[in-house]
Write a protein that binds this ligand. Structure first.
Ligand SMILES: [Zn+2]
Length: 81
């Protein structure tokens, strides 16, 4: 069986099931905790920006993921490791 690693925290995803234990975001694979962090981070950013526009929303979300991949953690994550 193919091993799958989260592109953000670089941890192995045990028993990878798409949409259940890991999630695709563009060319990246995110484990469930990182995906939760991403959603929390996106939600927090949306509150600071109005009016809502899907163009910046999509761009902002991509930037959060790219930074997460670079820093091995989603910005604003309160999760301890
Ligand atoms: Zn992860």
């Amino acid at each position: 069986m193919k091993q799958l690693f989260c592109d953000v925290c670089k941890k192995e995803v045990i028993d990878p099931i798409p949409g259940r234990t890991f999630f695709y975001f563009r060319e990246y694979d995110l484990c469930e905790p990182c995906k939760d962090d991403l959603e929390a981070s996106v939600k927090a950013a949306v509150l600071t920006k109005k009016p809502f526009d899907f163009a910046w929303f999509d761009k902002m979300r991509s930037e959060i993921v790219l930074n997460g991949v670079k820093n091995s953690k989603i910005a604003g994550s309160k999760r301890s490791r």
